[in-house]
Design a protein around this ligand. Structure first.
Ligand code: GLU
Length: 502
């Protein structure tokens, strides 16, 4: 039997990185096993539905390279893949489970149930609609067949509930979760969950298991927050006589402090994104914050799964090859923004030069600086090891395209001495005469000149950098000279000599 897994987000807003990681694990597992990765949109909750969310989910997965094999508008072999378009299938299965008497219609009004909840509360108990009291409530088990039929005929609203437990049945059920191991639950303590709501829409639980069955899902890999739903899901499979998929509940992504689930607010407070792409104007995405998708994938993969060994950098192909459900960790993964950045830095340093050139061109276009003679290849090579996030690109590259607009005051105070103008004028002369075309050769020539003139290298390099860059940052000074060209170097030095007169 070939592996079929699904990522089943509810389009209620932007996709949290916890969801991204769930999608990733499903994808890795599918690819590892030559299986199929399915995207299913669980949009039955009309109240929480957000129209732009589905597109956001699709675009995020695309940016990250987690492309579904089946999904809305992709390959529709088991479609439709939007639950809102599958209503008929749920109704058919509701009819089946009702006729097998493993579910029943309940006519209790919200007010009646509220009153029962209040009463229980006064007794210090919690009201649970289940095997103990269902016979005394208003449903198709307690009412006569005729009474029920007439209620339905009169369009009395009702829900369909699952008969979770019946007196005399074995109470304990044992579940098998790949991550958590064996879990035993007393099902007599559970309530009779609603399968079909008054509005005729299925609940998450019902739609979810019907779809997993019809879409022939073999493995359910999802967040740990769904572990409490597992007993119900397994019981529903049993009630239908269907084979349940293998379950693997992945631990949560925790706050940087390690306490509690990572939320958007943690990101806002500490200044890091928790969503893949921008959502509206106020919510920053990893992409826009300058993260490289492969780096984020690498980091997220290791946040809750461990391949063993020391290796930290994995391409998607390597992740696929090493992935196994057995190595998913039991405890939550603490999100560490600094470590996530570190991964990005490693990937940034490995970016192919043509890719950096392309990114650089984009930035230059936005700055109207496309017309220049500076080699983008050379600049890319010089700044590659200096960037952590792609948003650092301009910070590191601007000095090659823009002459200093001002000079770092502190540095000027420290580095611009009485003898500086004389020294830099000498450098200008050397540059003007020089035939050298490499940074090394140019550096050598200037240094030789300095030695001959008895000028300390330190007294030359710092002011030269200040004149060219405006501050003490940037790569090797002669690399800068060489990249911007002799003419521009001389012009910048001369400007500094005029502006920084002492
Ligand atoms: N729609 C659920 C969610 O939003 C899916 C849970 C599952 O994978 O079963 O996460």
């Amino acid at each position: 039997m070939s592996v079929r897994v699904r990522f089943a987000p509810s389009p209620t807003g932007p996709l949290h990185i916890g969801g991204v990681r769930t999608a990733l694990y499903n994808y890795l597992y599918a690819k590892k096993n030559n299986g199929t990765f399915i995207l299913r949109i669980e949009d039955t909750d009309q109240e929480r539905y957000v129209k732009e969310a589905e597109n956001y989910i699709v675009n995020s997965l695309r940016w990250l390279g987690i492309e579904p094999d089946e999904g809305p508008g992709i390959v529709e072999r088991h479609g439709p893949y939007r639950q809102s378009e599958r209503k008929e299938l749920y109704i058919n299965n509701i009819k089946i489970i009702l006729s097998s008497e493993k579910a029943y219609m309940a006519f209790d009004t919200p007010d009646e149930l509220q009153a029962l909840r209040k009463e229980a509360e006064l007794r210090g108990e919690t009201f649970t609609y289940n095997w103990k009291n269902r016979q005394g409530l208003r449903n198709s088990l307690s009412l006569s067949k005729e009474a029920c039929e007439s209620l339905v005929k009169n369009k009395t609203p009702y829900v369909v509930r699952f008969k979770t437990h019946t007196s005399g049945e074995e109470e304990n059920i044992t579940l098998q979760d790949t991550v958590r191991g064996e879990i035993t639950v007393d099902k007599s303590l559970l309530d009779d969950k609603i399968l079909l709501k008054q509005d005729g829409m299925p609940t998450y639980h019902f739609a979810n298991i019907v779809d997993d069955h019809l879409m022939e899902i073999t493995h359910v890999i999802r967040g740990e927050e769904w572990l409490p739903s597992m007993p119900l899901h397994v019981l529903l499979y049993k009630a239908f006589g269907w084979v349940a998929p293998v379950f693997a509940h992945v631990p949560l992504i925790l706050k940087p402090s390690g306490k509690g689930k990572l939320s958007k607010r943690d990101g806002d407070a500490l200044g890091f994104p928790v969503f893949p792409l921008n959502w509206g104007k106020a919510t920053l995405g990893f992409k826009e914050a300058g993260y490289i998708p492969e780096a984020l994938i690498n980091y997220l993969a290791l946040l809750g799964w461990s391949p063993g060994g020391e290796k930290e950098l994995f391409t998607m192909d390597e992740l696929i090859r090493s992935f196994s459900l057995n190595n998913i960790t039991k405890s939550g993964g603490r999100f560490d923004p600094e470590r996530c950045k570190w991964f990005n830095q490693q990937y940034a340093h490995l970016l192919p030069i043509p890719e950096l050139v392309h990114l650089l061109k984009e930035v230059l276009t936005t700055k109207n600086l496309n017309e220049n003679t500076v080699s983008l290849e050379v600049v890319s090579g010089l700044i590659r090891n200096r960037i952590t996030l792609l948003t650092d690109l301009w910070d590191e590259a601007s000095l090659f395209f823009e002459a200093p607009k001002s000079y770092d005051e502190k540095a000027v105070k420290k580095q611009w001495k009485e003898e500086t103008p004389l020294i830099l004028s000498g450098v200008v002369e050397v540059l003007q005469k020089s035939e050298r075309t490499s940074a090394d050769a140019l550096g050598k020539e200037v240094k030789e000149w300095a030695e001959n003139k008895g000028v300390r290298i330190g007294a030359l390099m710092a002011p030269l950098r200040l004149a060219l860059v405006g501050s003490m940052r940037g790569p090797d000074v002669f690399e800068i000279c060489n990249a911007i060209g002799k003419k521009e170097s001389v012009a910048r030095i001369n400007t500094a000599l005029t502006k920084l007169k002492r």
